[in-house]
Ligand binder design. Structure first.
Ligand SMILES: NC(=O)c1ccc[n+]([C@@H]2O[C@H](COP(=O)([O-])OP(=O)(O)OC[C@H]3O[C@@H](n4cnc5c(N)ncnc54)[C@H](OP(=O)(O)O)[C@@H]3O)[C@@H](O)[C@H]2O)c1
Length: 257
């Protein structure tokens, strides 16, 4: 099978690409760095030739509802139109657990994106996953100023991006299934503690300060809106197990360097 991955160079998308290739399928990476813009459509028609399924893991860093809704609506419409034109028979979306319980800020865009997919005329599958372990590093990148690092307080049950990648690769190779069971990690964590542990493992200097970010999205996450329900599939490793592995990888890399 030939499977396109929008955002295939990103945190989760690169794991989807690796999992597709590990299964023996062919992956086509769609990102601006590979000459394909899924918002404007540049390069998309040529990239979708002969493609059977498209997995959407493209992302925007906007935390505002306006910016997030505009990005996810425009990219999804652009991709679905190109898929209809190219005869791509399956659109697979990665969404987030609890988005409709907290449809504010960034999550408002994810809710709009799910609706576009459901109404878009291309047979679809939507997987909602919790935050990935790598989210701790994404928070550090986004919220570090000088030597100060901010760590948002939130309840989460994180899952490894590699596990999400494997699940999306399986789903893309199968038949369109609509909304499938949510995917989460094995244990609830506090996002600020994950962020602090991640910063320590990277040897970052300076304080990592827990903060209650304003806005209803993070307020809802503090109240548990992003936690999985009883029907979710839970898959390891835990955050600590993952961090130990990433630390080992980094140390091997630095010994080689
Ligand atoms: N991170 C999490 O904890 C988490 C958890 C559950 C679900 N999700 C969902 O998973 C998806 C991916 O998140 P992520 O954290 O892996 O994202 P990420 O690391 O920020 O990667 C974003 C990817 O999107 C690509 N991209 C952005 N704009 C593009 C455009 N206009 N055209 C083509 N490619 C574009 C980027 O490549 P270029 O910059 O080269 O274009 C990059 O490959 C998002 O939809 C997010 O809502 C994330």
């Amino acid at each position: 099978m030939r499977i396109a991955v929008a955002g295939g160079t990103g945190t989760i998308g690169s794991e989807v690409v690796a999992a597709i290739r590990a299964r023996g399928d062919e992956a086509v990476v769609l990102s601006r760095s590979t000459g394909v813009d899924v918002r404007t459509g540049e390069g998309l028609a040529a990239a979708l030739e002969g493609v059977d399924a498209l997995v959407d893991t493209a992302n925007v860093s906007s935390l505002s509802a306006k910016g997030s809704i505009a990005y996810f609506t425009e990219t999804t419409r652009t991709m679905l139109a190109a898929e209809r034109e190219a005869g791509v028979g399956h659109h697979v979306l990665l969404s987030i657990v609890g988005v409709d319980e907290a449809p504010f800020g960034y999550y408002a865009g994810k809710v709009a994106q799910e609706r576009e997919v459901e109404a878009g005329g291309v047979p679809w599958t939507t997987l909602r996953a919790t935050q990935v372990h790598e989210f701790a590093g994404q928070m550090l990148d986004a919220l570090s100023m000088g030597g100060l690092h901010l760590a948002p307080v939130a309840r989460t049950q994180p899952v490894a991006a590699s596990a999400v990648g494997r699940r999306l690769a399986e789903l893309a190779a199968g038949a369109p299934a609509g909304r499938v069971r949510d995917l989460a990690g094995p244990r609830e964590e506090r996002l600020d503690e994950m962020t602090r542990a991640y910063a320590r493992s990277r040897g970052l200097r300076g304080p990592v300060v827990s903060v209650k970010l304003p806005g209803r999205q993070f307020q809802s996450m503090r109240a548990g809106a992003a936690l999985p329900g009883p029907d979710a599939d839970l898959v390891g490793p835990t955050f600590d197990e993952w961090l130990a592995t990433v630390g080992a990888d980094e140390s091997v890399r630095s010994q080689r360097a």
